[in-house]
Design a protein around this ligand. Sequence first.
Ligand SMILES: Cc1cc2nc3c(=O)[nH]c(=O)nc-3n(C[C@H](O)[C@H](O)[C@H](O)COP(=O)(O)OP(=O)(O)OC[C@H]3O[C@@H](n4cnc5c(N)ncnc54)[C@H](O)[C@@H]3O)c2cc1C
Length: 445
Amino acid sequence: MTVQTIEQFRQDIGSVFSTVEDRERAMKSRDFHWYSPVLTPQLKDCMADVVVQPQTQAEIEAVVAAAAKHRLPITVRGGGTGNYGQAVPLQGGIVLDMTRFNKVLAVEDGSIRIEAGAYIKSALDAALATGQQLMMYPSTMQSATVGGYLGGGFAGIGSVKHGIIRDSGMIQSLKIMTVEESPKIMTLSGADVGFVFHAWGTTGIIIEAQLKLVPAVKWIDCIATFPTYGDTIAFGNAAFASDLDIFLLSAVEKRFAPFYKRTQAYFDGSRDAMFSMVNEKDVDAFFALAAKFNGVRSMAVSEAESADAKLRPIHQTAFNHTTLMALQVDRSWTYLQIVMPDPFTPELAEKQLKYFGDEVLMHHEYTRENGRPRIGGLPLIKFTTEARLNEIMRIFEADGCMINNPHIFKLEDGGRFDPEGRKMAFRKQVDPLGLMNPGKLRSLS
Ligand SMILES: Cc1cc2nc3c(=O)[nH]c(=O)nc-3n(C[C@H](O)[C@H](O)[C@H](O)COP(=O)(O)OP(=O)(O)OC[C@H]3O[C@@H](n4cnc5c(N)ncnc54)[C@H](O)[C@@H]3O)c2cc1C
């Protein structure tokens, strides 16, 4: 990209905020791929030429039209919390920061309409104000945007009850903008939202989302502890199969305790633990079930009690926040993303825990897909070499586990791209010049 082209682009977008300041470009060219010691060196030199921050749909349209005119790549960015370099501009060009485009447009009975750059917490707060809530949210809901979650996320807090994003019915419709000199607006609903979901900003710019809302529940943050990790998983399986109203089931073994600094009074490293969010009415039954698997009630606090005691909210201890807490203590850890075989037996959990010893610490998240358990493993791995990391993946695979490799930056390599190529065909329609997040699709690079 020549300096002259970038300046022409900036002139064409007129009053839309843009910057070529080094610090801002560097900051907005990074996401949470630093979790991966494999990706970090690969992406270290990727840098946007210009960052834009539109505030209205008309401003986004001006950016897109000018980008198409000058054939400049566009990397759409929300909060930049993605883990695989999804929001890193591999080929420079424009980082389109959506966070100033953030209005809640309407909250109705059963749905919310919101601009894509809004933080998910704003959507949740707006829903709660009407006695409703989102079906799920990532543990990053305070810093992740609606567009980024739909474009880069997969599941989250609530997925044990409502399913992973793609099978939950959470996305009612999406308004997207095509990338061409005269950008068009399209509205997608039903199965067509799948063209854009988890496409890493390669299949149109999400402008607005209409998300399904459900009645709000008073969730209680709970911790049950167990003498063995096998007991923890046996309880998780039973809790999943029960009719208890549970919003989160996050299992960690006792060696995670040093990373859980703000809950150490309840999880001190002597026992393994299930971190959960449970409907107030079911808390006693939840712990009664835990007792059948040698579990004890360690903590049960409301949101207000948790805040008063300065505890970490349970939703911020789950999914990739677990990994983050470990990395904040010791940067030599990394992680994997695994789908455990169904059924996932306590015996397999114990076998893998013993096999890897101190090299791998076990963490599992319960989610639902088509009514069946879809138990995600997010183990911590003591990183030595890329070759050993790959070997560890093969060992998990030999046990019937499926790897969604988080140490890749090509969309197809993560195991979550549609094999029939329907997304690819749609991509050509909405991005005929191939300007969206170029380099992320192996089939296009
Ligand atoms: C500590 C931590 C915990 C996490 N927990 C979870 C979790 O519970 N569940 C989960 O699924 N993920 C989780 N993630 C991953 C990440 O938070 C989610 O993917 C998140 O929702 C991304 O939102 P974001 O706004 O930060 O997106 P970004 O990182 O900015 O972008 C993600 C992708 O979406 C694209 N994109 C962004 N905005 C748009 C738009 N408007 N239109 C089209 N494409 C767009 C980007 O180009 C990029 O490819 C976690 C990550 C971290 C670091």
